[in-house]
Design a protein around this ligand. Structure first.
Ligand SMILES: *Cc1c(COP(=O)(O)O)cnc(C)c1O
Length: 362
């Protein structure tokens, strides 16, 4: 392949070409230092500026209030599944969850290893094709927090509004939709996300946490797994994933240049509309997996009448330069991940391919 692929990978996912090119330009000699940013001390003034700038940009773009800390951690969102209950689940309390699919389930399993976990609502009866009605949430009286998965990457469902939880902190795994739309951060106690879908390359995990929750966490958990360690040290307690943070910073500048998060949200809507329209107007040839109320603007999941046709679709699309359209092995079907950095042109090309495929096989 000589040109850039139409990249619909679910994660790690597409990065903007401009970001990759700037990274390439600065790869061997960053800021005239005579070395790559990867070869520099994380205590150097040059690195520290990159680190702090990425943090400040995320604060600005996502509208993070001053009483929240922004952390750059390692271990992926999957480590947060355990770190959150370790820090926020105190004795006699229950970590409560909205069970929406594959990622919510993993978060629950980890919490169960740490303490008591409760399901406050679930869409399992509907095979996780939708987000449960917020009115149906039953929060236990001893809830330590309520955990939601804002976008279920595998099923392709997404919250359009978040539950009101009063004094109970709302915790959100936003790994697959952070910075894709404006969010009122002040409604949350903690937000976390692996960077590799919407924010940059793999290797860094973002945690946005309200100060009072950090202060209240127990002091008998291992140093690296305590939020206050990373708060006190500006995420520089140990060596951070400096190259990932640097590239994330470039990606954040790209989002700002695009007009910020509201502009990105509109762009994402335009992108997904191209593909959802083909599904909806296919007369049943393509069938969206998610209920209309809960369709994701990040992961478009769909099926074709027969598994044979799905296989043929996957194969032919690959031959035409499309990557990553096979659905997750756990649910099958097809999936197009249209994160922030996926260009509109890729989505238009996919919509055209889908129309053509139906004409040939419908
Ligand atoms: C990808 C993903 C994860 C896992 O992220 P890692 O960084 O690989 O641990 C967790 N939650 C959601 C919603 C995801 O999409």
């Amino acid at each position: 392949m000589t040109k850039r692929a139409y990249n619909f990978n679910a994660g790690p996912a597409a990065l903007p070409l401009e970001v990759l090119q700037q990274g390439q330009e600065e790869f061997v000699n960053f800021a005239g230092a005579g070395m790559s940013i990867m070869e520099m001390s994380h205590r150097s003034a040059i690195y520290e500026q990159v680190h702090n700038e990425a943090q400040a940009l995320l604060r600005e773009l996502f509208g993070i209030p001053d009483n929240y800390k922004v952390l750059f951690l390692q271990g992926g969102a999957s480590t947060q599944f355990a770190m959150i209950p370790m820090n926020l689940l105190t004795a006699g309390k229950a970590a409560s969850f909205i069970m929406t699919g594959s990622w919510a389930e993993k978060a629950i399993k980890e919490a169960q290893l740490i303490g008591e976990a409760a399901i406050a609502a679930s869409s399992e009866a509907d095979k996780f094709n939708r987000i449960p009605n917020l009115a149906d949430i039953q929060l236990p009286a001893n809830a330590a927090y309520l955990h939601v998965t804002s976008n279920e990457t595998i099923e392709g469902t997404q919250y359009t509004a978040f539950p009101e939880t009063g004094d109970v902190p709302l915790v959100a795994d936003m790994s697959s939709d952070i910075l894709s739309r404006p969010v009122d951060v002040s409604k949350f106690g903690l937000i976390y996300a692996g960077a590799q879908k919407n924010l940059g390359p793999s290797g860094v995990t973002i945690v946005i946490v309200r100060e009072d929750l950090v202060a209240a966490s127990p002091k008998n958990i291992p140093t690296m797994l305590r939020y206050d360690t990373h708060v006190k040290n500006n995420s520089l307690y140990n060596t951070p994933p400096s190259y990932s943070i640097y590239l994330m910073g470039l990606m954040l500048k790209w989002v700002r240049a695009k007009g910020g998060v509201s502009a990105i949200e509109q762009y994402n809507r335009d992108k997904t509309k191209l593909i959802y329209d083909v599904i909806d107007q296919s007369g049943g040839f393509y069938r969206g997996f998610a209920d209309l109320s809960s369709r994701s603007a990040m992961n478009i999941t769909f099926r074709i009448q027969t598994e044979e046709l799905e296989k043929q679709f996957a194969k032919e699309s690959e031959q035409q330069g499309f990557v990553g359209l096979k659905g997750h092995r756990s649910v099958g079907g097809l999936r197009a991940s249209t994160y922030n950095a996926v260009p509109l042109e890729s989505c238009r090309a996919l919509a055209e391919f889908m129309t053509d495929f139906q004409q040939r096989n419908g």
